[in-house]
Design a protein around this ligand. Sequence first.
Ligand SMILES: *Cc1c(COP(=O)(O)O)cnc(C)c1O
Length: 241
Amino acid sequence: MDIAENLAEVRRRVDVACAAAGRDPATVRLLPVSKTKPPPVIREAYDAGFRLFGENKVQEAVAKAAVFADVPDLRWAVIGHLQTNKAKQVAEVAAEFHALDSLRLAEALDRRLSALDRTLDVFVQVNSSGEDSKFGLPPDQVPTFAAELERFATLRVRGLMTLAVFSDDSALVGACFDRMRDLQARLQDTDGQPERWAELSMGMSGDYEQAIGYGATTVRVGQAIFGDRLDPNDYWPVSGR
Ligand SMILES: *Cc1c(COP(=O)(O)O)cnc(C)c1O
């Protein structure tokens, strides 16, 4: 598997999707999701020019951050659901957090970040499909949550994040992305700080091109770059996973 080639191919497809949507390709960021992949594979992507990597488990992000501690411009985006008791690790290692979905978690992160004198870029996770299995706030609760976040000086709100329904029916997937676009517009209208809602983190290996048509600004792509995820029993070992 040639990681650099895969990255170039996904980037090319991102650019094609931007052209089809009449968007400037510079407005879409490709976030490689390196979960389950060992450090040498991440190094290949780094050498291909990528500097920010997505991890969905905080222990794994912490372990990998330790491996790359001597590479100061390699940064981590924690993109998966987080328990409040792990806020400290995120505050320590993450440059971005894409799964903010409760006030308790915002409070825990703010407390840890204040102690470290750090700030964190955050994305509010939205359950755009209404599935019970998905994390995130229902869209109609987001405006209130957004207003509550204003009091946390350490949290720099960048926008919204979602996982669309996992389906072959592109109309169902598109409906999820469309809800996100509507919600973004509503927040930009009402909160008086449109730049807080500039980002839409949505689209994965199976649906990133479609997401771009609905305004995605960060696409989180794993398998299309790194191949199938490794079996948890046999990938690069991380204790406590
Ligand atoms: C794993 C993961 C992705 C990437 O999924 P792929 O299908 O491998 O592209 C994106 N977002 C989140 C939250 C993930 O956990």
